[in-house]
Design a protein around this ligand. Sequence first.
Ligand code: ATP
Length: 132
Amino acid sequence: MADLFKLKIITPDKTFYEGDVEMVELTTTEGQIGIYARHIPLTAIVAPGVLTIHEGSEKREAALLSGFIQVLPEQVTIMAEIAEWPEEIDENRAMEAKVRAERRLKSGSAEVDMARAELALKRALVRLEVRE
Ligand code: ATP
């Protein structure tokens, strides 16, 4: 078994996850990363994506929508603005958010903040993927 490191994920209102893990995968604004024990120190901005926690033979998934990550050789901390386990996701709400964002993006209207709509679409797609 690979070496373990401490992973802590906090959201504004609780400790979302805390445990000794083998690997964690997530998306940052620089792209997707996979972190094992003794990774070089790093800080990054979280982008909407599927968070995968590898606890040895077990694998857990969650939606990680925004926040920051700090990587130290023995400990990784994710300060998540929004993180959700599959059972916390309202699928209908995510579907509606997806349709709304797609409509805004297609409209081409000057009044639509395209970057905001794109981010909302990404969040909805991640929620739907995790919920599946
Ligand atoms: P919506 O347009 O439906 O509000 P959103 O992507 O704009 O979606 P966020 O800004 O990402 O929403 O989240 C705002 C709050 O609502 C957060 O607390 C988040 O956990 C919650 N939330 C948003 N969408 C869902 C969902 N589909 N299921 C459960 N909670 C959700």
